[in-house]
Design a protein around this ligand. Structure first.
Ligand SMILES: NCc1[nH]cc(CCC(=O)O)c1CC(=O)O
Length: 307
């Protein structure tokens, strides 16, 4: 079988696509696999925050279109960039085992967020990261966009006292030694799907679907699915400061989620736990609790619509 993998051209995206390619070749060495690099809107617009560009799927739309146009057969994504709703005809057929899902504190001057002096400048363009920072620390944030390598270079250029990045991206690109501190997911809730790589394909491509199934990691896929339920329920996009994180331990689960105002002054948080068998649906439930408590107002202000 010949397969065309659609991927973004960033070093992290290429690492992930190459990783999937080699996993597929382990399953079937006779496969002929080609990578097709596609530039997305999120790659093109680098001078403003994703929240300002607005919309959903800034890193995936063009890639999904390539599959719908039969110019590619599968796409490899960072799950946190994939909107909760997929276009008709496409499915997420496999989610690989999760890498470290935490946010990472990276700095050349300080060892942890607690060490940052008042007014320190933290580079991040994520509303989720900024709102959690403002709520807990007396810091400022400044725009930081670009791929992982660019972001590290900007830190080294002394433009920020520290930056926050996903640990997974750093680890995959062998920058794990740049992580000064990994932020506790209980205090700094990750983005739905953070640290997980997903594979999307056309729903009617039965042969490929069967092949991709073999790469699916069941536990990761259950966790990411419930986190994505949350994202869907809050109208998930980069415009709402929110996070959701699920863990599984034996037969039980824990789920934590928040929605905040961009300045972190309003902060709604819910934790749930229970039997693993009851986990499906809990992402929607936790979102609805937050919405009922007041998150609805925040979301309406930011998205201009009710959820
Ligand atoms: N929004 C960009 C993006 N999408 C996925 C990752 C990291 C890797 C992952 O979460 O799997 C990153 C960079 C970052 O947030 O630092």
């Amino acid at each position: 079988m010949k397969l065309r993998i659609a991927t973004r051209g960033s070093q992290l995206a290429l690492w992930q696509a190459e990783h999937v390619k080699s996993r597929l070749l382990e399953v079937d060495p006779s496969l002929e696999i080609e990578l097709k690099i596609i530039k997305t809107q999120g790659d093109k617009i680098l001078d403003v925050s994703l929240a300002k560009i607005g919309g959903k799927g800034l890193f995936v739309k063009e890639i999904e279109q390539a599959m719908m146009d039969d110019e590619a057969d599968l796409a490899v994504h960072s799950m946190k960039d994939v909107p909760a709703e997929l276009p008709e005809g496409l499915i997420l057929q496999a989610i690989l085992e999760r890498e470290d899902p935490r946010d990472a504190f990276v700095s050349n001057k300080y060892k942890s967020l607690d060490e940052l002096p008042e007014g320190a400048v933290v580079g991040t363009s994520s509303l989720r990261r900024a709102s959690q920072l403002y709520r807990q620390y007396p810091v400022k944030t400044e725009l930081l966009r670009g791929n992982v390598n660019t972001r590290l270079a900007k830190l080294d250029d002394d433009k920020y006292d520290a930056i926050i990045l996903a640990a997974a991206g750093l680890i995959r690109l062998e920058f794990g030694d740049r992580i000064a501190d990994s932020l506790d997911p209980d205090k700094f809730i990750p983005s739905p799907g953070q640290g997980a790589v997903g594979i999307e394909c056309r729903e009617d491509d039965a042969e490929l679907c069967a092949l991709l199934n073999k790469l699916n990691h069941t536990e990761t896929s259950i966790r990411v699915k419930v986190e994505r339920e949350f994202n869907l329920a809050i109208g998930g996009s980069c415009q709402v400061p929110a996070g959701c994180y699920a863990t599984i331990d034996g037969d039980s689960f824990e789920l934590r989620a928040f929605v905040a105002s961009p300045d972190g002054k309003e902060y709604y948080r819910e934790d749930m736990s229970g039997d693993l068998k009851d986990l499906p649906g809990k992402g929607t439930e936790i979102a609805n609790k937050l919405i009922a408590r007041g998150a609805a107002e925040i979301i309406k202000d930011l998205l201009g619509k009710d959820v």
